[in-house]
Design a protein around this ligand. Structure first.
Ligand code: FAD
Ligand code: ZN
Length: 469
């Protein structure tokens, strides 16, 4: 095929993949979407990306950008037409520079998040973005989805961590926007337009990111609580007492943690069996800039007082870095345990923190009444008002029966979220999963402005067709 010959001339024969070699790129992480593609392209430089995009633009070929393919909304999966190419950024993986004095790092889009964390650490700095998928997700995907994770409470999501971008536009030009400045008021903020755009406006090829001082010590504890109200009260207290040192506050339903230890028996249940049966757990983390001793004294004082007041029923405080990692590992294994149990209907919602306890109580009861046999899986970043509120099948329900009710389950959950002023996507984005839902829940004027931006930056509609809008 002539088109493929032209693409091969740009990246080399070995990097235009088809058939079985392209197969893994056509299936999403959850196994919910399988698409087809003309080819999987694997450029190595921004110039190659620009040449590929120029060629596709001339031919009117759709382009689906892909990083680590860990996204949870089908955004990196092509449609079934087979007319688009998947463009993987995986080979753009150089750390271009680290400037410790400026607290910044410039990396290419295909860098795996964990490699960027390590490069920062090697320079005596912290790159704080932290997700369960950090061993395979990429900086480009993190930016394109404005990824959040477990450190947002203190450091913000990917948008807050980005100083500058390098982008290949839908016309195949390169925007060199890799500034490492904290302040720059020279017109519209193009960086913020591309962040969170899910590959629908252009291709991010590199980014300048913020670094932070490494904390002197971290304290982690897993707590057992008897109500979600207690978790919300504890969050307010921890915020007041720890201030900016509070770096993690994850809510975990008791049955979520039990599912993890049942699915992965090599992981130990940390709490005594009596308190492990309590309905809610909190994973709390403090990062201290002084010393281990200082951190421990502060941590124990606050947790001790909260126990005396009855907010906390039991606590396991990590005694070493390995112990703390083991506690975090339990939290990060929840999506894997969920996946092992089959398909669930995922909702990554945000609500005002003050509305969360009521939402969880009332929505859980309504789901149980309207959809007999479902199981609600609740965990997430309580400190950010962001919950993973997933609906799975109970023991007596099969997957097909659950999926048959998906639209009704979504409607029940999202109408309640909407009524409380919440968001239907706090983390994973819209992709193809929520595209049809967006017009119901997004402001009509905002939607119209988004469509105008899309038309202005990608008038041919070749960037990630069928996603987001
Ligand atoms: P992909 O899945 O490859 O792509 C995601 C989207 O970005 C697609 O629309 C794609 O077209 C676009 N894209 C990718 N690269 C580029 C680029 N260079 N330029 C333009 N567009 C691009 N997400 C969170 O926010 N918080 C979490 O805590 C979290 N935990 C997770 C835990 C697990 C176990 C898993 C599997 C996923 C989790 N995710 C989480 C979701 C996912 O990891 C993030 O969305 C991540 O940012 C995606 O990165 P990726 O490189 O895998 O992107
Ligand atoms: Zn999350």
């Amino acid at each position: 095929m002539e088109v493929l010959d032209a693409l091969r001339a740009i990246v080399g024969d070995a990097h235009v993949l088809m058939g079985a070699e392209a197969e893994p790129a056509l299936l999403d992480w959850r196994g919910r979407y399988r698409g087809r593609a003309l080819a999987l392209l694997r450029p190595e430089t921004n110039a190659e990306v620009a040449a590929l995009v120029s060629h596709c633009a001339r031919q009117g070929i759709g382009i689906v950008p892909q990083g680590g393919n860990t996204g949870l909304n089908g955004g990196a999966t092509p449609d079934a037409s087979g007319a688009a190419v998947v463009l993987s950024l995986a080979r753009l993986k150089r750390i271009r520079s680290v400037d410790a004095a400026n607290d910044s790092i410039v990396v290419e889009a295909g860098c795996v998040l964990q490699d960027v964390q390590r490069a920062a650490q090697a320079a005596g700095r912290l790159f704080p973005l932290s997700l369960g998928s950090e061993g395979s997700c990429t900086i480009g995907g993190n930016l394109a989805t404005n990824a959040g994770g477990t450190q947002v409470l203190r450091y913000g999501s990917m948008r807050e961590l980005c100083l500058g971008l390098e982008v290949v536009t839908a016309q195949g030009e390169i925007w060199h926007g890799l500034r490492t400045l904290r302040k720059d008021n020279t017109g519209y903020d193009l960086r913020d337009i591309y962040i969170g755009s899910e590959g629908t406006l252009g291709i991010i090829t590199a980014a300048a990111l913020k670094l932070f001082p490494l904390p002197a010590a971290r304290m982690t504890a897993l707590l057992a609580l008897d109500s979600i109200e207690a978790a919300v009260d504890l969050l307010a207290r921890a915020r007041a007492d720890f201030g900016a040192a509070l770096t993690g506050f994850e809510l975990i339903a008791g049955d979520c943690l039990r599912a993890v230890t049942q699915t992965f028996p090599q992981l130990q249940a940390p709490l005594a069996s009596a308190t492990a049966a309590l309905p809610w757990h909190v994973l709390i983390e403090l990062s201290d800039s002084e010393s281990e001793q200082h951190a421990r004294a502060r941590f124990e004082a606050v947790l001790g007082a909260a126990s005396v007041e009855g907010l906390i029923k039991d606590a396991v405080i990590a005694t070493s870095i390995a112990h703390s990692q083991a506690l975090w590992h339990l939290r990060e294994s929840i999506p894997l345990a969920e996946k092992a149990a089959g398909i669930s209907i995922k909702h990554d919602i945000a609500l005002p923190i003050s509305a969360i306890a009521g939402f969880v109580r009332d929505t859980g009861a309504a789901l149980q009444t309207s959809f007999l046999g479902v199981r609600v899986v609740v965990f997430g970043h309580l400190g950010d008002g962001n919950l993973h509120y997933n609906v799975a099948r109970g023991a007596d329900m099969d997957e097909a029966a659950l999926l048959a009710r998906e639209a009704d389950i979504n409607a029940l959950v999202y109408e309640r979220v909407h009524a409380l002023g919440g968001s239907i996507s706090a983390e994973h984005g819209i992709g193809q999963l929520k595209r049809e839902l967006l017009p119901r829940y997004q402001d009509p004027v905002a939607l119209s402005l988004m469509r105008q931006i899309k038309a202005a930056l990608d008038p041919q509609g070749i960037m990630n067709p069928g996603k987001l809008l």
